[in-house]
Ligand binder design. Structure first.
Ligand code: NAD
Ligand code: MG
Length: 396
């Protein structure tokens, strides 16, 4: 066998980053860590460097870099510490790198993820916000550079597995009628509507099936996560928003389905553990052990399905509207959501106000074309300003 593939993990200290390193560590003959990045949990980043001995580590600012560099030297490691967005783009695009796990959360991941795409890497995309913000430009860059884009989001990874290899010819050409995007419904699927105003960040982050970072956990509770995933699916699979149907499936065993014109519906099933899509994408087109337990259908016994309730989950409606409006709308939706979720996690707003903020931001600004990255960031900045105004008007 050839040399191990060199992997950069952007967002190594997060939930997806750690699951990725867990899978990598099971296959030292296949994978070698080239670089890791962290943002706030720097003692965890040090521990990961000791374990995986990367050539580079990236931290947000010079002070943290000095500290980490000294600790690495004391531990006898040659790892070189780089700083900030420039450092992230460098480890994402370095000539030695074979594959990049894009697992930074939010808009902060856009430039480094695009750097990996533009360098033509194998890009394992967890950072859905990057694609939602800049979909058209992102996919153009994929085509131009020849990057191999593999979805890590469990739903999109499932859809990818259920599509034929030539799906880029167009869903119609390969006989696909619809994509069925499954959603667990999150922790508030059955909470009485009049109690939603008093739910806490802890309740929102207590997902019934998945263990994830705090931002995506709140997105799952509001179903904005499914809204972002709807937009993500449109770009990844060149689908129209109307071709993607959201199906609430509380057990999170079916990770999504593809409905073909002949009536066949293909699904991918598995335990809700992100190491399955991570291992799939890392080793694609081969298969490797992920450490995930075999699915026990007898223990699961039943699978349920419901239509989503847009009264209960207004974020899903807002995301569908943004998907249909296209252009700057998804970047605005994403930025407003990031501000609103941070405010909710800080206890400055109530849970139902997440949707109120996003709706006001989207209503307050015309949709404009985004033909270059600067226009994407301008839409992002404008949405953050408008969301900030919503908060300051109310003294939050
Ligand atoms: P997390 O909060 O656990 O980890 C986020 C990572 O990003 C951390 O390493 C953190 O240090 C880094 N980070 C945060 N802010 C940063 C900034 N401003 N600059 C640079 N780095 C920064 O999040 P997660 O749950 O691992 O999710 C990561 C991404 O994967 C998100 O886009 C999420 O939507 C997506 N995703 C996660 C899951 C899951 O199960 N956790 C599933 C599907 C998709
Ligand atoms: Mg998902």
């Amino acid at each position: 066998m050839s040399r191990p593939q060199r992997i950069t993990v952007l967002g190594a200290t997060g939930s997806i980053g750690l699951s990725t390193l867990d899978v990598i560590a099971r296959h030292p003959e296949r994978y070698q860590v080239f670089a890791l990045s962290g943002y706030s949990r720097l003692s965890e980043l040090l521990a990961l460097c000791v374990l995986h001995t990367p050539a580079f580590a990236v931290v947000p600012h010079a002070e943290a870099a000095g500290e980490l560099q000294a600790q690495l030297r004391a531990a006898g490691l040659a790892t070189e510490v780089l700083v900030g967005e420039e450092g992230l783009c460098q480890i994402a695009s370095a000539g030695e790198v074979d594959a990049v796990m894009a697992a930074i959360v939010g808009a902060a991941g856009l430039r480094p993820t695009l750097a990996a795409v533009e360098a033509g890497k194998k890009v394992l995309l967890a950072n859905k916000e990057a694609l939602v913000m800049s979909g058209a430009l992102f996919m153009q860059a994929v085509r131009r550079s020849g990057a191999v884009l593999l979805p890590i989001d469990s739903e999109h990874n499932a859809i990818f597995q259920c599509l034929p290899g030539n799906f880029s010819q167009g869903l119609g050409a390969v006989g696909v009628r619809r994509i069925l995007l499954t959603a667990s419904g999150g922790p508030f699927r059955e909470t009485p509507m009049n109690e939603l105003a008093s739910v806490t960040p802890e309740q929102a982050c207590a997902h019934p099936n998945w263990s994830m970072g705090r931002k995506i956990s709140v997105d799952s509770a509001s179903m904005m996560n499914k809204g972002l995933e709807l937009i993500e699916a449109c770009w990844l699979f060149d689908a129209r928003a109307q071709q993607v149907e959201v199906v609430v499936h509380p057990q999170s065993v079916i990770h999504s389905l593809v409905d073909y014109v002949d009536g066949s519906v293909l699904a991918q099933l598995g335990n809700p553990d992100m190491r399955t899509p991570i291992a799939h994408a890392l080793s694609w087109p081969e298969r490797i052990d992920s450490g995930v337990a075999p699915l026990d259908l007898f223990a699961i016994a039943r699978l349920d399905f419901q239509a989503p309730d847009e009264q209960r989950f207004p974020c899903l409606r807002l995301a569908r509207q943004a998907a249909e409006a296209g252009n700057s709308a998804p970047a605005m939706l994403n930025a407003a959501n990031e501000v609103a979720v941070a405010a909710f996690l800080d206890r400055r707003i109530r849970y139902p106000e997440i949707a109120s903020i996003i709706e006001e931001v989207l209503d307050g600004e015309a949709v404009v074309a985004v033909n270059e990255l600067e226009a994407v960031f301008a839409a992002d900045t404008r949405a953050r300003e408008l969301a900030g105004q919503w908060l300051s008007r109310r003294g939050r």
